[in-house]
Write a protein that binds this ligand. Structure first.
Ligand SMILES: [Zn+2]
Length: 195
């Protein structure tokens, strides 16, 4: 395989990128944007080398603890569970939540072999039972898999004597949190209900 084919193969690893778009990206970079190609290569290498997961909430971080977990002014009684760093960023942009987070590695999907182990339920339960958390807000997406994930988490938390709530139904069914408008998320948060 030559260098061009290698590049196209590598680009195809990105979500939603098929053979054709990978080809288009590769041709564009090599024909029109060599400086961009260099910058992209460097940025990828830097990120792959330095970005890891926060020890406490598992979001992306370049330090052992992320900025939010380091912030002692947040409400330690609240723990919001999301599916991805992108969903966490969406919650943060609403500026209406001031507790801490736990970021799962996706959501349950038994058909794809993604179980409680893959998404990190055990570390979540450990984090939630630190003695300070009083309410776990389940902010997984409103897709069938996101709902199933919230249900499993609610049962596991209940078995450990922890209270959990779910975002209210204002969020359209089938939505990924990161694509929902901020006002809707903020309302869903205020109107959260016992799960
Ligand atoms: Zn963190």
């Amino acid at each position: 395989m030559n260098a061009l084919d290698h590049l196209i193969e590598a680009l195809r690893r990105l979500p939603g990128v098929g053979q054709k778009s990978a080809q288009r990206m590769a041709y564009h970079l090599l024909q029109h944007d060599r400086a961009g190609a260099d910058a992209l290569a460097r940025a990828l290498q830097e990120a792959a080398r330095h970005v890891r997961h926060c020890e406490r909430c598992h979001t992306f971080s370049e330090t052992a603890l992320c900025k939010i977990c380091q912030d002692t002014k947040r409400d330690a009684r609240l723990l919001c569970v999301v599916e991805s760093p992108a969903d966490q960023a969406a919650m943060e942009r609403t500026a209406s939540y001031h507790g801490y987070y736990f970021v799962l590695q996706g959501r349950l999907s038994p058909l794809d072999g993604i179980s409680t182990r893959e998404i990190g339920v055990a570390p979540l339960l450990e984090r939630a039972t630190d003695g300070q958390v009083e309410e776990v807000i389940l902010a997984t997406s409103f897709t069938a898999e996101g709902e199933a994930t919230a249900h499993v988490l609610a049962e596991a938390l209940k078995a450990r004597g922890l209270r959990s709530t779910r975002l209210a139904r204002g969020v359209p069914v089938g939505s990924e949190l990161e694509y929902v408008d901020l006002g809707t998320i903020a309302h869903a948060l205020v109107d959260r209900r016992p799960s």
